[in-house]
Design a protein around this ligand. Structure first.
Ligand code: GDP
Ligand code: IMO
Ligand code: MG
Length: 428
């Protein structure tokens, strides 16, 4: 297929950034289609480490990149990230980066709201505190300021009034100081000349690329279990993270996303609050966290760790229409004597082979495990399937069988080139 869509099949941090960077080599354009700078994608190339939150991971390989209409954009953060990656030798020019002129902005008042809500224990989701949720609320509430509005002072003024008519009472209720509309206008006017050179009808750029036979790589953020509809609601992010969103969030028709590559970690992690059936609180959980270096890129929080949950990933395969997976971090399981895979759930004596939708049921899940033999050898940095110990191959095959999807790529370390290609998604 000409296009490939990369999405997270669990709760995020599966290694999407690494795989998008690796696949960028085969693509002509890389597009972000949802989320914002709540994402944290780590790319390791030789002795350089790049941490991206908002910029599509294709920029590191110098590929034309697009921030699509489905993304919420903090313009101050965007400039900071451009400067940060610039200091690492990657220059982001308007020739390289297109920012959708119809993407909604994240403003400082969104961050205030996000953080104030998190501070009240009753609301705690464990968000990244970056204003993502409140910005999406304003977008669907039809009062967002969008990238293109930065070019029109009159429109900006009217939109700020409209926005504050909503936010002023909210802020009052939360004990936040009154927001100064004139100051917001000044700040937006100051930043506008730096942002507007990137602003374009991104939907057109993406459609033209596809029409002229270019290969487009869509880069998802977060993961299917954080999807606002399909995830562990309300402990989710505020966007649709599933592959279907690649079309709506970039302005391409539903056939556009092409081959759907689900990124799947060989075990499970989650950051923030919410149900996590296979979570481990023992030495194995600590092993996964330490060896897997499971700390959030954005907030530095320790990620919660647990066994591989085949129930969740099987569901994710269906929700996303996954054509093949990239299995990551198999090396983190090296040295564990016995591994467990969750193959079903029990809730109040009833068996489930999917995640029940209600929070109450999700919180009461007792996982049903299957045990599988581990391996003592190292798989770290393996570059060929033949280099893997037999027990590791068996584990991978069992995962494939249980989730109903096959491995297209296998990642064996954070390094770009420690990647085994079984089936090229662009050629499929
Ligand atoms: P993303 O949000 O899905 O892009 O994933 P993150 O970058 O937040 O987290 C994945 C982490 O695992 C990063 O630190 C990667 O460098 C690292 N990583 C990716 N693939 C592998 C792998 O196969 N093995 C190991 N050990 N680390 C990996
Ligand atoms: P990447 O792209 C893991 C989680 C937060 C919180 C919930 C809501 O790196 O995989 P938000 O700030 O989005 O309103 O927070 O979603 N979360 C992520 N967890 N990886 C991410 O992105 C995440 N982005 C948001 O921890 O539980
Ligand atoms: Mg991440």
């Amino acid at each position: 297929m000409a296009n490939v869509t990369v999405i997270g099949a669990q709760w995020g941090d599966e290694g999407k950034g690494k795989l998008v960077d690796w696949l960028s080599n085969r693509a002509d354009m890389v597009v972000r289609f949802q989320g914002g700078h709540n994402a944290g994608h780590t790319l390791v190339v030789g002795n350089q480490t790049y941490k991206l939150s908002l910029l599509p991971s294709g920029v590191v390989q110098g590929k034309p990149s697009v921030i699509g209409n489905g993304v919420v954009v903090d313009p101050w953060h965007l400039l900071e990230e451009i400067a940060k990656i610039g200091a690492q030798g990657i220059e982001i020019t308007p020739d390289l980066l297109t920012l959708a002129d119809n993407a909604a902005l994240i403003l400082p008042l969104h961050r205030d709201l996000d953080q104030a809500r998190e501070a009240a224990a009753v609301n705690k989701i464990g968000t990244t505190g970056r204003g993502i949720g409140p910005a999406y609320e304003d977008k669907v509430g039809r009062r967002a300021i969008r990238v293109g509005d930065l070019a029109d002072r009159e429109a900006l003024e009217a939109k700020i009034d409209r926005l504050l008519a909503h936010h002023t009472p909210l802020r009052r209720g939360l004990g936040l100081p009154e927001y100064d509309g004139a100051e917001l206008l000044r700040a937006l006017e100051e930043i506008a000349p730096k942002i507007l050179p990137f602003a374009k009808p991104a939907w057109l750029s993406v459609n033209e690329a596809v029409k002229s036979g270019k290969r487009v790589l869509f880069e998802g953020a977060q993961g299917a279990l954080l999807d606002v509809d399909h995830g562990t609601y309300p402990y989710v992010t505020s966007s649709n993270t599933v592959a279907g969103q690649a079309a709506a969030g970039s302005g391409l028709g539903p056939k556009g996303p092409g081959f759907v590559l689900g990124i799947v970690k060989a075990y499970t992690t989650r950051v923030g609050e919410g149900p996590f059936p296979t979570e481990l609180f023992d030495a194995v959980g600590q092993h996964l966290g330490t060896v897997g270096k499971e700390f959030g890129v954005v907030t530095g929080r320790a990620r919660r760790c647990g066994w591989f949950d085949a129930v969740l990933v099987r569901q994710s395969v269906m929700l996303n229409g996954i054509d093949g997976i990239a299995l990551t971090k198999l090396d983190v399981l090296d040295g564990l004597e016995t591994l467990k895979i969750c193959i079903g759930y029990e809730v109040d004596g009833q068996r489930f082979d999917y995640l029940p939708a209600g929070l109450k049921a999700q919180s009461a899940i007792v996982p049903i495990y299957e045990e599988i033999e581990g391996w003592a050898e190292s798989t770290q940095g393996a570059r060929s399937w033949r280099d893997l110990p037999a027990a590791a191959v068996k584990y991978v095959r069992r995962v494939e069988e249980l989730i109903g999807a096959q491995v297209a790529l296998l990642s064996t370390s954070p390094q770009r080139d420690d990647t085994i290609l079984m089936r090229d998604p662009f050629q499929d």
